[in-house]
Design a protein around this ligand. Structure first.
Ligand code: AMP
Ligand code: MG
Length: 397
């Protein structure tokens, strides 16, 4: 049995981002840029009006002195003629400023009558004009290689005339769920059988970690069927097999990995729930055998697989997403393994998450999981932690 930290080193050490592909902005959102993404245009791309009103020559404007009205420019249009001295032209917000004009007289300060516009006061040069390039210039770097394409960056790229960007490829996760006892979601109960939930949870957690899931469905506890499914599942970046990784007579997953030439890196980690976690590799494919208890699956996925997927997707430093918390009651790890306790998590007066472990704890306690917001982590070597002790928490939302 190895420590969680050692297991993380073995999973994450040397893991490089996957190659690049071009993705349209909608699909690139949340992913990691593989090359710098540059603005294609100046922003604004041309001098534009910030107001509805009239373009004028500022020097012509004086309180109560009418200017002859000479047409107008709507958004999307470009005036062909220069604005003559002593004239004004209607302009809408966002429209291009015609040659000759150097300011915008906003409607509220103008009176239009009989083909003339009279300003209420003199206007300064540049008033209400958004100048070309005042925000940024074409070629400016909007996202460095390695940066996550957050919504602010995606919005800026769209405005900057960029339609697609080079991002790291999404990891493909092949998923096999084993267990002859498993009933489909929502199926009528049957004697001796339980409802499947790990496939659902791995799919949801994998999508949040940026993976594309290739779901092979449920395989019964049969040696040949397990081998066939594993061989097929080894074609992607990550293979996750749920259940069957212990030493019972119906646990065919480890022999199937061996048969398919997957090299074992470790089996068994000092984590509760999740001790029978198995990890290995075949060529570039990472292979995880998850213990079948639903809480073990969720904990092992969140701690080991999600960071691996995020690293493959380009987030080089990805780690488990722990947050700082504080216990409201005493807690301790049992069995000498670091324990992930299902816990209610509520922000305290100082904003720190206060963790209250649920009364029922156990890798099969999916009801207690439903009462929790995630896990509070009691380290294996910490002994009894008093109420108020700082703990790491893993939030699931
Ligand atoms: P295993 O790791 O296959 O020995 O399974 C451990 C426990 O988890 C058993 O009680 C299984 O019935 C249960 N289990 C296995 N797979 C699933 C699943 N996909 N959904 C819900 N429970 C499961
Ligand atoms: Mg099983």
């Amino acid at each position: 049995m190895i420590s969680i930290d050692r297991a993380l080193e073995l999973v994450l050490g040397g893991l490089e981002p996957l190659g690049a592909e071009r993705a349209p902005l909608a699909d690139a959102a949340g992913r990691v840029a593989a090359e710098p993404a540059l603005s294609a245009v100046d922003l604004p791309p041309f001098d534009r009006s910030a107001m509805d009103g009239y373009v004028v020559r500022a020097a012509d404007t004086a309180p109560g002195v009418p200017l002859r009205l000479a047409g107008g420019v709507a958004a999307g249009e470009v005036a062909t003629a220069e604005l003559e001295p002593g004239t004004a032209a209607r302009v809408s917000t966002g429209a291009a400023i015609p040659k000759g004009a150097d300011a915008v007289l906003q409607s509220e300060l103008a009176e239009e009558r009989n083909g003339a516009v009279t300003p209420a006061r003199a206007i300064d040069v540049g008033r209400h004009i958004r100048f070309r390039g005042e925000d940024l210039h074409a070629g400016a770097v909007l996202a460095e290689a390695g940066a996550r394409l957050t919504l602010p960056k995606i919005s800026a790229l769209a405005s900057a005339g960029v339609g697609d960007v080079a991002v790291h490829r999404r990891p493909r996760l092949d998923l096999i769920v084993t267990g002859s006892e498993l009933l489909p979601l929502g199926a009528p109960p049957e004697p001796g059988r339980i409802h499947e939930s790990n496939g659902l949870m791995v799919g949801l957690l994998a999508a949040r970690a940026g993976a594309v899931v290739n779901d092979h469905g449920v395989v019964g506890d049969d040696r040949e069927a397990t081998i066939a499914a594993v061989e097929e599942g080894l074609a992607g970046d990550v293979l996750v097999v749920s259940g069957g990784v212990s030493v019972g007579p119906h646990d065919h997953v480890k022999p199937a990995f061996e048969q398919c030439g997957v090299d074992e890196v470790f089996w068994r980690v000092s984590i509760k729930p999740g001790k029978p976690l198995w990890f290995g590799r075949r060529d570039r494919t990472l292979v995880f055998g998850l213990p079948g208890n639903p809480l073990s699956t969720i904990v092992c996925f969140s701690v080991f697989i999600a960071p691996a997927l995020r690293r493959l997707g380009g987030e080089r430093e990805a780690r488990p997403r722990y947050e700082a918390g504080r216990l409201t009651v005493p807690a301790r790890a049992s069995d000498g393994r670091t324990e992930y306790l299902t816990a209610a998590l509520r922000p305290g007066a100082d904003g720190v998450l206060e963790a209250t472990p649920t009364e029922r704890q156990g890798s099969h306690m999916t009801g207690a999981l439903g009462e929790s917001d995630g896990f509070a982590i009691a380290p294996e070597d910490a002994g009894e932690l008093p109420a108020g002790a700082p703990v790491d928490v893993l939030r699931l939302d």
